[in-house]
Design a protein around this ligand. Structure first.
Ligand SMILES: [Fe+2]
Ligand SMILES: [Fe+2]
Length: 140
C-alpha cells in the first residue's frame, strides 16, 4: 500500500470517527422514553473515546504528509431508541472491521507504531460494539 493510499484510507476512518461523534451527540439529545437517562449516559460516555480516535488519526495523517478531512460521514436517521441503537451497532461493527483491516495494512507499510495504535482502537470499538449488542438484547 502506497503512502497516499494509506493516507486516503485513514481519512475514510477519520470521517467515520467524526460521524460517531455527531451520531452520539445528536442521538443522545433526541432519545426519548423511559430509558432516556441510561441511554444518554451510555451514548455520551462514548464521545471522548471517538474524539480521541479522531485526534489520533488527524495527527497521523498530517505526520504522513496528508491533509485531515473535515467532513463527517452522514449520520443515518433514527427515530426510536431501538433504531438509534441498531444504527450505532452497525457503525461500531464497521469500525471494528475497518481498523482490523487498517492495522494489517499499516504493518505491511512498515508502520508498526500505527498498527499497534490501530489494534488498540479495535479493542475500543469491540467493547462499544459488545455493549451496544447487550443493550439491544431482548429489546422490544
Ligand atoms: Fe472510534
Ligand atoms: Fe466506537
Amino acid at each position: 500500500m502506497s503512502n497516499q493510499a494509506l493516507i486516503d484510507a485513514l481519512n475514510d476512518d477519520l470521517a467515520a470517527e467524526f460521524q460517531a461523534v455527531v451520531m452520539y451527540t445528536t442521538y443522545s439529545a433526541m432519545v426519548t422514553g423511559p430509558y432516556r437517562p441510561q441511554l444518554v449516559t451510555f451514548m455520551q460516555a462514548e464521545i471522548p473515546d471517538e474524539l480521541g480516535h479522531a485526534q489520533f488519526l488527524a495527527d497521523k495523517i498530517a505526520a504522513l504528509g496528508g491533509v485531515p478531512t473535515k467532513q463527517p460521514l452522514a449520520v443515518p436517521e433514527a427515530e426510536t431508541p431501538k433504531e438509534m441503537l441498531e444504527r450505532i451497532l452497525e457503525a461500531e461493527r464497521k469500525a471494528v472491521d475497518n481498523y482490523t483491516k487498517r492495522a494489517d495494512q499499516a504493518k505491511e507499510a512498515g508502520q508498526l507504531g500505527l498498527a499497534v495504535q490501530l489494534e488498540d482502537m479495535v479493542v475500543d470499538e469491540t467493547s462499544h460494539y459488545e455493549e451496544t449488542k447487550k443493550l439491544l438484547e431482548d429489546w422490544h
